[in-house]
Design a protein around this ligand. Sequence first.
Ligand code: PEP
Ligand code: MN
Length: 295
Amino acid sequence: MDNKFPGKDISTDDLKTKFPLVAKKYKGHKSKFKIAGVEFGGKTIPIFAGPNMVESKELILDVAKNIKKNKCHFLRGGAFKPLTFPYRSKNYNETRELGIKWLADAKSKYNIPIITEVMEEKFLPLVTEVTDIIQIGSRNMQNYPFLVACAKTNKPIMLKRHYGSSLRDWLGAAEYILKSGNKKVILCERGIVAPHTHRVTSRFLIDLQVVPAAQELTHLPIIVDPSHATFWRPWVKPMALSAVASGADGIMIEVHPDPKNALVDPLQPIDYKDLKDLMLSMNKVAKAAWNRKVF
Ligand code: PEP
Ligand code: MN
């Protein structure tokens, strides 16, 4: 195998035959595109912020107002949630169609674009009415017919990395989307399964090396989600800043007004005060490391 790229399981032949559309064609080749007026792959590093789950209308309106005030670019929040365990309580329920409606309310009231996850093809018409970006979650990264169905809506797509996937498999999944005629694809690193020695301290291990690796091999923008990767609030700031320093083309952060009482994953969101501080710090790191900016 002709391995031009040191230490990788990806050959130059893969770039031509396995994911030719995703592959970088020449030095400096980088896709730049706009979504809802926000440029990806350019000088500004877009920030996606919001709660894990769209818990209520009040919550999502409050978060939309506050992240907008802090100059974040997209409001995130799941109405359809890939929850690891199937048991629910009265406080712990996906808000589904209602959640999508509340996202639409927040979008029109605060004029902020939306990213939200879809898990089933049958909900694509409902969600694409509202969302600016379709989020494909880690668990669906290799659901190929679903990737094609999402691609065919022609909505921009953020493809999260499966937590057990190699970069090679991830780029293969992205190729399905591009091959279906959809060019606005953003990759999102969100932590991978770590050796059990690491799992003592965290559920996932953030793979920041994949940022320059992906940028070496593909022209697609790559963003990082330090909230899901660390699963632990005190580590979100250091890893978000490291992600910016690694060259990430965007950052996704979980934000909640009352993090400890978030209904899903209460250990990982930051509050508005920490968001404000993080935005300032990310901006400084972006400027110092890459002459880029966050706002
Ligand atoms: C999320 O972003 O809400 C989410 C469920 O992420 P992941 O698919 O990375 O677990
Ligand atoms: Mn989650």
